[in-house]
Design a protein around this ligand. Structure first.
Ligand code: TYD
Length: 133
Protein backbone atom coordinates (compact mmCIF):
# COMPACT_ATOMS: atom_id res chain seq x y z
CA UNK A 1 0.00 0.00 0.00
CA UNK A 2 1.30 3.41 -0.93
CA UNK A 3 -0.21 6.86 -1.30
CA UNK A 4 0.94 8.74 -4.36
CA UNK A 5 0.33 12.25 -5.58
CA UNK A 6 -2.19 12.57 -8.43
CA UNK A 7 -2.06 15.57 -10.72
CA UNK A 8 -5.06 17.92 -10.65
CA UNK A 9 -5.45 21.06 -12.66
CA UNK A 10 -8.03 23.32 -11.09
CA UNK A 11 -9.17 26.60 -12.58
CA UNK A 12 -12.35 28.61 -12.90
CA UNK A 13 -13.70 25.95 -15.31
CA UNK A 14 -13.44 23.13 -12.80
CA UNK A 15 -11.07 20.30 -11.97
CA UNK A 16 -9.09 18.02 -14.27
CA UNK A 17 -7.65 14.86 -12.66
CA UNK A 18 -4.90 13.04 -14.56
CA UNK A 19 -3.33 9.59 -14.25
CA UNK A 20 -0.83 8.40 -16.86
CA UNK A 21 0.03 4.71 -16.98
CA UNK A 22 3.73 3.75 -16.81
CA UNK A 23 4.49 7.36 -15.79
CA UNK A 24 2.57 8.31 -12.65
CA UNK A 25 2.33 4.64 -11.74
CA UNK A 26 4.76 1.84 -12.53
CA UNK A 27 2.26 -0.24 -14.50
CA UNK A 28 0.47 0.08 -17.80
CA UNK A 29 -3.27 0.72 -17.32
CA UNK A 30 -5.44 -1.93 -19.00
CA UNK A 31 -8.77 -1.21 -17.30
CA UNK A 32 -10.48 1.70 -15.60
CA UNK A 33 -13.72 1.44 -13.66
CA UNK A 34 -15.74 3.81 -11.50
CA UNK A 35 -17.79 3.19 -8.38
CA UNK A 36 -20.52 5.72 -7.59
CA UNK A 37 -23.98 5.99 -6.06
CA UNK A 38 -23.08 3.78 -3.11
CA UNK A 39 -25.91 3.88 -0.55
CA UNK A 40 -25.28 5.15 2.99
CA UNK A 41 -23.54 2.54 5.17
CA UNK A 42 -22.95 0.13 2.27
CA UNK A 43 -19.63 -1.71 2.20
CA UNK A 44 -17.97 -3.08 -0.95
CA UNK A 45 -14.90 -5.08 -1.78
CA UNK A 46 -14.40 -8.02 0.55
CA UNK A 47 -11.81 -9.61 -1.67
CA UNK A 48 -8.14 -9.76 -2.60
CA UNK A 49 -6.54 -10.25 -6.00
CA UNK A 50 -3.94 -12.89 -6.70
CA UNK A 51 -2.06 -10.75 -9.23
CA UNK A 52 -3.89 -7.50 -9.96
CA UNK A 53 -2.38 -4.15 -9.04
CA UNK A 54 -4.63 -1.11 -8.79
CA UNK A 55 -4.64 2.60 -8.13
CA UNK A 56 -7.74 4.07 -6.47
CA UNK A 57 -8.56 7.78 -6.68
CA UNK A 58 -11.62 9.51 -5.22
CA UNK A 59 -12.47 11.92 -8.03
CA UNK A 60 -15.17 13.59 -5.93
CA UNK A 61 -16.35 12.98 -2.37
CA UNK A 62 -14.70 10.55 0.00
CA UNK A 63 -14.54 6.93 1.06
CA UNK A 64 -12.48 4.72 3.34
CA UNK A 65 -10.44 1.62 2.62
CA UNK A 66 -9.61 -1.14 5.04
CA UNK A 67 -6.47 -2.88 3.75
CA UNK A 68 -5.21 -6.11 5.24
CA UNK A 69 -2.05 -7.97 4.19
CA UNK A 70 -2.88 -10.93 6.41
CA UNK A 71 -0.85 -9.50 9.28
CA UNK A 72 -1.62 -5.81 9.61
CA UNK A 73 -4.87 -3.94 8.98
CA UNK A 74 -4.80 -0.30 7.91
CA UNK A 75 -7.60 2.18 7.33
CA UNK A 76 -7.04 4.86 4.71
CA UNK A 77 -9.42 7.74 4.05
CA UNK A 78 -9.46 9.03 0.48
CA UNK A 79 -11.01 12.49 0.45
CA UNK A 80 -8.97 14.39 -2.10
CA UNK A 81 -8.45 13.68 -5.80
CA UNK A 82 -4.77 14.55 -5.41
CA UNK A 83 -4.27 11.33 -3.41
CA UNK A 84 -3.95 7.97 -5.14
CA UNK A 85 -3.96 4.71 -3.22
CA UNK A 86 -1.79 1.98 -4.76
CA UNK A 87 -2.99 -1.48 -3.81
CA UNK A 88 -0.78 -4.43 -4.57
CA UNK A 89 -1.86 -7.99 -5.17
CA UNK A 90 -2.73 -10.18 -2.17
CA UNK A 91 -4.26 -7.37 -0.12
CA UNK A 92 -7.72 -7.91 1.35
CA UNK A 93 -9.79 -4.73 0.89
CA UNK A 94 -13.08 -3.40 2.11
CA UNK A 95 -14.45 -0.01 1.11
CA UNK A 96 -16.89 1.87 3.32
CA UNK A 97 -18.05 5.34 4.47
CA UNK A 98 -18.80 6.40 0.90
CA UNK A 99 -20.07 9.97 0.77
CA UNK A 100 -23.21 10.28 -1.35
CA UNK A 101 -21.26 12.21 -4.00
CA UNK A 102 -18.30 9.82 -4.05
CA UNK A 103 -16.96 8.81 -7.45
CA UNK A 104 -14.15 6.33 -6.94
CA UNK A 105 -11.97 5.67 -10.00
CA UNK A 106 -9.87 2.52 -10.12
CA UNK A 107 -7.01 1.99 -12.57
CA UNK A 108 -5.96 -1.62 -12.97
CA UNK A 109 -3.02 -3.34 -14.62
CA UNK A 110 -5.18 -6.09 -16.15
CA UNK A 111 -8.58 -6.93 -17.54
CA UNK A 112 -11.40 -8.24 -15.40
CA UNK A 113 -10.86 -11.87 -14.53
CA UNK A 114 -12.98 -13.54 -11.85
CA UNK A 115 -10.31 -16.26 -11.42
CA UNK A 116 -7.95 -13.60 -10.06
CA UNK A 117 -10.30 -12.85 -7.12
CA UNK A 118 -10.10 -14.40 -3.65
CA UNK A 119 -13.49 -13.71 -2.11
CA UNK A 120 -13.18 -15.82 1.04
CA UNK A 121 -11.18 -14.27 3.89
CA UNK A 122 -10.01 -17.60 5.33
CA UNK A 123 -8.78 -18.73 1.91
CA UNK A 124 -7.00 -15.38 1.59
CA UNK A 125 -5.22 -15.90 4.92
CA UNK A 126 -4.16 -19.38 3.83
CA UNK A 127 -2.89 -18.17 0.45
CA UNK A 128 -0.99 -15.19 1.92
CA UNK A 129 1.01 -17.66 4.02
CA UNK A 130 1.77 -19.73 0.90
CA UNK A 131 3.03 -16.60 -0.93
CA UNK A 132 5.37 -15.82 1.98
CA UNK A 133 6.93 -19.27 2.08
P1 TYD B 1 -16.62 -6.48 -7.49
O1 TYD B 1 -15.20 -6.34 -7.94
O2 TYD B 1 -16.95 -7.64 -6.61
O3 TYD B 1 -17.11 -5.12 -6.79
P2 TYD B 1 -16.62 -4.43 -5.42
O4 TYD B 1 -15.30 -4.98 -5.05
O5 TYD B 1 -16.59 -2.97 -5.73
O6 TYD B 1 -17.63 -4.72 -4.37
O7 TYD B 1 -17.53 -6.50 -8.79
C1 TYD B 1 -18.96 -6.49 -8.74
C2 TYD B 1 -19.47 -7.23 -9.96
O8 TYD B 1 -19.06 -6.59 -11.16
C3 TYD B 1 -18.97 -8.67 -10.04
O9 TYD B 1 -20.03 -9.49 -10.51
C4 TYD B 1 -17.89 -8.62 -11.09
C5 TYD B 1 -18.31 -7.48 -11.98
N1 TYD B 1 -17.17 -6.75 -12.57
C6 TYD B 1 -16.93 -6.83 -13.94
O10 TYD B 1 -17.65 -7.50 -14.70
N2 TYD B 1 -15.86 -6.14 -14.46
C7 TYD B 1 -15.05 -5.37 -13.69
O11 TYD B 1 -14.09 -4.75 -14.20
C8 TYD B 1 -15.31 -5.30 -12.26
C9 TYD B 1 -14.44 -4.48 -11.36
C10 TYD B 1 -16.38 -6.01 -11.75
Amino acid sequence: MQLINVKNIIDSRGKLTIVEGSKDISFEIKRVYFISGVPFNERRGFHAHKNLRQLAVCITGSCSFLLDDGKVEKTIILENSSEGLLINSMIWREMFNFSSDCVLAVFADNYYEEADYIRDYDIFLGEVKTYEN
